[in-house]
Write a protein that binds this ligand. Structure first.
Ligand SMILES: [Fe+2]
Ligand SMILES: [Fe+2]
Length: 201
């Protein structure tokens, strides 16, 4: 069977995204949605290297243990390098993929534009999956897996969305995020109001 690099990466990554301690919000369904958003954004950027982008999307959260979220970028960079070495991906392109992954998170956001168009597209595609109904559900799912109540997710989630908004990298990505924000903010306000009322009673 003649498989291309993306297929080989997908085959290996899928197993790791299903691993027991992987965050339930960073499994293969997240990756499929980020791929879809990335494809949409990249239509505005004719210079995108589609193979590099797809491989970086497939591997960007590949090692995200639910209780070590703050380490997931470093861990995923290492796993990405191991997988790409194993399948014989060209070393110079491996370094480019690892750099794209290094720049994807809001936990350590860089100011200004990221170092490549592929990094900019991944950053935005990833943040879009953090907003709207899917993003809200993902935040609650992760906090639940960590043993926290739904209310505990709210403050963290608000900060994450505001950070994402400040750092969006592309016009189409920003537009897609903004489209999701009215629902997101209304949900958070209603949630907080009900939660505060129940605490008072
Ligand atoms: Fe991530
Ligand atoms: Fe992600």
């Amino acid at each position: 069977m003649n498989m291309n690099y993306c297929d080989l990466v997908r085959e290996r990554a899928r197993v790791l995204y299903d691993a027991g301690d992987q965050s339930v919000s960073h499994r293969m369904d997240h990756i499929e949605r980020v791929l879809l958003h990335a494809r949409g954004i990249s239509t505005s950027f004719p210079d995108v290297d589609h193979e590099l982008l797809a491989i970086a999307v497939l591997l960007h959260d590949v090692t995200s243990p639910f209780n070590r979220k703050h380490e997931h970028v470093r861990l995923s960079m290492k796993t990405a390098r191991d997988i790409l070495d194993e399948i014989g991906y060209p070393p110079d392109r491996t370094e480019r993929v690892v750099r794209i992954i290094a720049e994807h998170s809001t936990e350590d956001p860089k100011n200004g534009l990221l170092s490549s168009v592929e990094a900019r597209v991944l950053f935005d595609a990833d943040k879009i999956d953090g907003a709207g109904p899917v993003g809200l559900a993902r935040a609650f799912a992760l906090f639940g897996q960590q043993g926290h109540s739904p209310g505990a997710a709210i403050g963290w989630y608000r900060r994450k969305i505001e950070t994402a908004l400040c750092h969006m990298q592309t016009d189409p990505g920003r537009k897609m995020l903004l489209e999701r924000l009215p629902y997101t903010r209304e949900f958070l306000e209603k949630f907080e109001a009900e939660n505060a009322r129940s605490l008072k009673e």
